[in-house]
Design a protein around this ligand. Sequence first.
Ligand code: PLP
Length: 364
Amino acid sequence: SRAYNFAAGPAALPEPVLRQAQAELLEWNGARASIAEISHRSPEFMQVAAEAEADLRTLLSVPDDYAVLFLPGGATTQQALIALNFAACGQTADYVVSGHWGKVAVKQAQAYVAANVAASGEANGFRDIPAAAQWRLSPDAAYVHLTANETIHGVEFRPEWGEIPDTGTVPVFADFSSSIASEPLDVSRYGLVYAGAQKNLGPVGVTVVIVRRDLLERAGQPRAEIFNYAAHAKAGSMLNTPPSYNWYLAGLVFKWMLAEGGVEEFARRSAEKARLLYAAIDGSDGFYRNEVAASVRSRMNVPFFLHDEALTSAFLAQADEAGLLALKGHRVLGGIRASIYNAMPVDGVRALVDFMQDFRTRQG
Ligand code: PLP
């Protein structure tokens, strides 16, 4: 069987999806060509694209007044595009920064908007998310941006943290790249949700944007048509050649998630995986440590450190040998990081926890 891959993104894909893609690679459904080789406007691909959208709508219970786009460019491109599309030149936009990717979002938007950092956990090393009462929101902001799950710092908005405050008519835009489809999502709470696919939705190269249709009428700023969300929505995400193979693979992942029991089932599995891993860290008498406040610990990305950092490289090498791949922490933080997205089975986390206990015992 395959090794357990704890990579943060591109991340593990469900094995049945990879096997199906392999079986279908040379010829798609009687088309005498691969799905990667046929026109995105062919009836065959249009069907694949429509099914992927319908399945994602079912999976996330996306309301009808939201458009679903499948775009290239990754999450970072969306961070620039949301400013161009939804804010007037130099208008204020509020950013709640709970980790590295929130900072990147500010950086990408700064050329187009007055980015107001309404709250930031940086002074505390992003180990917590500032309480909503401390957010300095601007009444005239074009939008409020937040990162639902910080992939590097392992910080996620959880119910234990509290409620995202009511922002009135100012829409909330959220980067769900590393937690989308891991639990039910109330899309109607957001003006826009975006996610690079390469963690929970499929292969890198396609990005999902879910946007309330009335927002597409906002003038935004002068921009080329290719940077215009409304134009993409009107063209069914086929303004130009879309990342068709990635879209197809994401569609297979959506079908797999639905067949496994949908987001409710992945919420159950995610809670179980996170519980096992944090318990192993917290119960290690300080041999391992995670520094994130319990109320905002991520269920998807678990960064941790060894009490003696000199042991980190031995831990990583031995884990790799044991078939536990890609556990090296991001260079921003160092240490270890286990990304445990939907494609990671509970057994994979059990194997990691067993390895951690064994490694600790062997260090005496
Ligand atoms: N936002 C989050 C939460 C991420 O984890 C990442 C990448 O890991 C990004 C944004 C950047 O995504 P991309 O590389 O698709 O631009």
